[in-house]
Design a protein around this ligand. Structure first.
Ligand code: FES
Ligand SMILES: [Fe+2]
Length: 339
């Protein structure tokens, strides 16, 4: 018998999430929400710190304060905290301000590749492996952010699912009437699922025609807890990779950090990303609209019946199992579909 599914947030909580771009955190405190909890980030000489966004004194949001002399100062009575969270100053108080109960508890945080990762747990899961799909040199990278209102699993599935593209992104990504028989190999491990597609040669939409050479294979990947990645390769190397780091603000709102990696020299790469930008943004808009409509429709029933899938819904069952905290055995299977 399968173990009971765990609540999504209890599964997500020990993990790391991207919460900001490095460039967003300057000289002011920066507020984010992660899994329903307000978090404040601030930069100081020794690095970057994250804390629950709540002053120990009267719970005023610390993000409404300021950073002065490497300390985070509350905007209500001026208590000030250093990068480790120690209370260094209580204006008006004669004597030593530092006492354990007055300190903030720092949240684990680190920066890599221009992104800030944070966890709400004092002892988080292992740090995520380097998430970019390509080696550091020889690729042009751009980073976008967007917001999505949807259940996390719906949003992750949407990014990794090819079967809606003929309808939602007709012409841009694929077109109905120009389907090709494709071989899909699904591989699941304890913390990820990958689908490799072969035989498509290239999608028949504009994005692929303009921005990708002859494709030999492509991959759709989900990496725990909330990363979705699409990688397009020719015989030699990766042509284009799109990695979306979902940052769940609450159960139905997510900030998404999208890293686009494309090959070529810096100038060509820059031009490519400038040209592909509007197309990608249009695709994102279309997906956001579908997800919003889907969520609104589902809300109209208090207990909607189970959703029906077929074997070409390649990602969904694995997303559901992994995000229910189930210990998944490795699995590999292949099938054909018309994409
Ligand atoms: S609430 Fe922060 S100093 Fe009083
Ligand atoms: Fe889509």
């Amino acid at each position: 018998m399968l173990p009971e599914n765990r609540d999504l947030f209890s599964v997500l909580r020990p993990h790391w999430f991207v919460v900001a771009r490095s460039s967003e955190i300057g000289t002011k405190p920066h507020a984010v929400r992660l899994l329903g909890e307000p978090v404040v980030l601030f930069r100081h000489r020794a690095g970057l710190s994250a804390f629950p966004d709540r002053c120990p004194h009267r719970h005023y949001p610390l993000s409404k304060g300021c950073v002065i002399n490497d300390q985070l100062r509350c905007g209500y009575h001026g208590w000030s905290f250093d990068g480790a969270g120690a209370c260094r100053k209580i204006p008006g108080l004669i004597g030593e301000p530092q006492q354990l109960a007055r300190n903030l508890t720092a949240l684990p945080v680190f920066e890599a590749d221009g992104l800030v990762w944070c966890s709400l747990e004092e002892n988080p899961a292992a740090k995520p492996e380097a998430a970019p799909a390509t080696p550091k040199s020889g690729f042009t990278r751009v980073l976008w952010t967007t917001d999505v209102a949807a259940d996390l699993i719906d949003a992750l599935e949407n990014l990794l699912d090819g079967t809606h593209t003929h309808f939602v992104h007709a012409g841009l990504v694929r077109s109905e009437g120009k389907r090709r028989r494709v071989e899909a190999r699904v591989r699941r491990e304890a913390d990820r699922v990958e689908v490799r597609y072969r035989g498509e040669a290239g999608q028949n939409g504009w994005i692929s025609r303009w921005f990708e050479g002859k494709r030999s294979e492509s991959f759709g990947r989900f990496l725990m807890p909330a990363t979705a990645q699409l990688v397009y390769r020719n015989e030699q190397r990766t042509q284009l990779a799109v990695t979306a780091f979902f940052s769940p603000q609450d159960r139905t709102h997510h900030r998404v950090f999208i890293l686009l990696e494309t090959e070529a020299n810096p100038l060509v790469g820059w031009l490519k990303t400038q040209l592909v930008g509007p197309f990608f943004k249009r695709v994102l808009q279309q997906d956001r609209a579908v997800l919003k409509t889907l969520a609104a429709n589902r809300r109209q029933w208090s207990t909607p019946p189970a959703m029906i899938s077929t074997e070409i819904d390649l990602m969904r069952p694995h997303l559901e199992l992994l995000l229910a905290g189930q210990r998944c055995k490795p699995l590999e299977k292949e099938l054909l579909l018309d994409l």
